[in-house]
Design a protein around this ligand. Structure first.
Ligand code: FES
Ligand code: FE
Length: 380
C-alpha cells in the first residue's frame, strides 16, 4: 500500500489488524527480522572466551559467543543431532565447549562438533557438516549484529547508511566513539505492544508536550511537536537554564571527549531499522534494542553508555538515567494503551498522521513493501 493522501494534512496509518494479526507478524519475522541486520548483544557482555548470550531473532534462538581468539561467533541455538535447544540460559560462560544436555554432543566455540558419545563407532561423521549452523556477524558501535539471511544485505548500506542519512555526515557520530563507551545502566522493558507502535512513537514528537514533561523541560523545542528526526543533521538544543541531560536539568556527567562543540548541549535521535534507536547527548549515548516476541509483545533492552572513567568512578548516574527511563515508561505506556484498540472495528482502517508525523508513512510503506514483495499476507 502506498500512503494515499486523504486531505492535504492527513495521511492514513496502517490498518489496525496489521498490529495484531499473527500471520502478518510471522511475515515480518521472516521478511524483516530474519533477513536484515539485527542488533543482538553488547560486545562487552561477552567478556571472555566461552561467554555467551542467547537472543530471539525473528522465530529463531541465536547463540552468540566469544572464541578463544577473542572473536565473536553466532549460531542457530540448535543441536544438530536431534534438535534440542543447546543453551537454555540467556547468558553464561562455558569452560571448554558447549555440551548438549540431551545426548552430550559437544561443540567448540567455532561451532565444530568435537565430541559425541560413541563417536568412535561413527568414524564417517563429518564434524564440520554436523557442527552448529553459523550466522553472519558484524561488530559495530560496540554491539554484535547478526543476520540470519543466507546472503546478508549490505551492512554499510542498511545500518551505517541509516545513520548517515539521519545525521547527514558520519563524522557527527564518530566523535561519540560509542564502541569505547562503558555500560552504566541497563533496563529491560517488557512492552505489551506491537513493535511498529514502538517505532512510530519513537519517530514522532507530536506526543512530547502531552506525555513527556521532563523531556520538554530539557528540550523546549520538543513542545512544538517536531521530532529532531524530522530534519537531517538536526540536534535539539537544551533549554537555556538546563545544565545537563538529566531528569531535573542538573549537571550531567563528564562530556564525551571526541564530540564537537556544536554537539554539546544537543540531543540527536536516530532510528536504525528494524529494531534500534540511538540517542546521542553530550555525556552519554542511549541504545535501545527491540526484540519483537509476538504481535502484541516486544521486549526492549535499553543501555546507557558513558565514558569508562565515569562508570569506573562509581558516580551516581540516577539523575542521568532517570530522564530517559521516564521517557521510555511514558512512551511504552502510551503504546500499550494503543495496542488493545488495534483489533477494534473502529480502527479497521487505521488512524491518521498529522503533518509532523508524515515521515512515519515512509516507515509504513517500507514495512508493507517488505512483506508484500515476498508474497506474504497483504497489509489490508
Ligand atoms: Fe543434542 Fe542429542 S539432541 S546430543
Ligand atoms: Fe516519546
Amino acid at each position: 500500500m502506498t500512503s494515499e493522501v486523504i486531505s492535504p494534512s492527513l495521511i492514513p496509518t496502517l490498518p489496525g489488524h496489521t498490529y495484531v494479526d499473527e500471520d502478518i507478524f510471522r511475515a515480518e519475522q521472516e521478511e524483516i527480522f530474519e533477513k536484515m541486520w539485527f542488533c543482538a548483544v553488547l560486545s562487552a557482555d561477552l567478556t571472555k572466551p566461552g561467554s555467551y548470550k542467547t537472543v530471539q531473532v525473528g522465530r529463531e534462538s541465536v547463540l552468540i559467543n566469544r572464541t578463544r581468539k577473542g572473536e565473536v561467533r553466532a549460531f542457530f541455538n540448535i543441536c544438530r543431532h536431534r534438535g534440542v535447544k543447546l543453551c537454555m540460559e540467556e547468558a553464561g560462560v562455558v569452560g571448554r565447549a558447549f555440551q548438549c544436555p540431551y545426548h552430550a554432543w559437544t561443540y567448540d566455540f567455532e561451532g565444530k562438533l568435537i565430541a559425541a558419545p560413541n563417536l568412535t563407532k561413527m568414524p564417517d561423521i563429518d564434524r564440520q557438516e554436523y557442527g552448529l549452523v553459523k550466522i553472519a556477524v558484524r561488530e559495530y558501535m560496540g554491539y554484535v549484529w547478526v543476520c540470519l539471511a543466507d546472503e546478508p544485505p549490505s551492512f554499510e548500506a542498511d545500518v551505517i547508511g541509516a545513520i548517515e542519512e539521519r545525521l547527514g555526515d558520519l563524522r557527527a557520530i564518530e566523535g561519540y566513539d560509542i564502541a569505547h563507551l562503558s555500560l552504566g545502566r541497563r533496563i529491560r522493558y517488557d512492552v505489551k505492544a506491537n513493535w511498529k507502535l514502538i517505532i512510530e512513537n519513537f519517530m514522532e514528537c507530536y506526543h512530547c508536550a502531552t506525555i513527556h514533561p521532563e523531556l520538554t523541560e530539557v528540550l523546549p523545542e520538543f513542545a512544538d511537536g517536531l521530532a529532531a528526526q524530522f530534519f537531517v543533521g538536526h540536534g535539539a538544543e537544551f533549554g537555556e537554564d538546563i545544565k545537563g541531560f538529566t531528569v531535573d536539568g542538573s549537571e550531567g556527567l563528564e562530556r564525551i571527549t571526541g564530540i564537537d562543540d556544536e554537539q554539546d548541549r544537543r540531543y540527536y535521535a536516530i532510528t536504525i531499522k528494524p529494531t534500534v534507536f540511538v540517542n546521542l547527548v553530550p555525556d552519554h549515548v542511549i541504545i535501545h534494542r527491540m526484540f519483537p516476541m509476538a504481535a502484541d509483545h516486544t521486549i526492549v533492552e535499553c543501555d546507557w553508555l558513558y565514558l569508562p572513567s565515569v562508570v569506573d568512578s562509581g558516580k551516581d548516574l540516577t539523575a542521568s538515567v532517570e530522564l530517559f527511563d521516564r521517557v521510555n515508561r511514558q512512551d511504552f505506556d502510551a503504546c500499550e494503551r494503543c495496542q488493545p484498540s488495534m483489533g477494534s472495528r473502529i480502527y479497521a482502517k487505521g488512524g491518521v498522521l498529522v503533518p509532523s508525523e508524515h515521515h512515519i508513512a515512509v516507515f509504513h510503506d517500507w514495512v508493507t513493501s517488505r512483506i508484500s514483495a515476498a508474497g506474504s499476507p497483504a497489509s489490508h
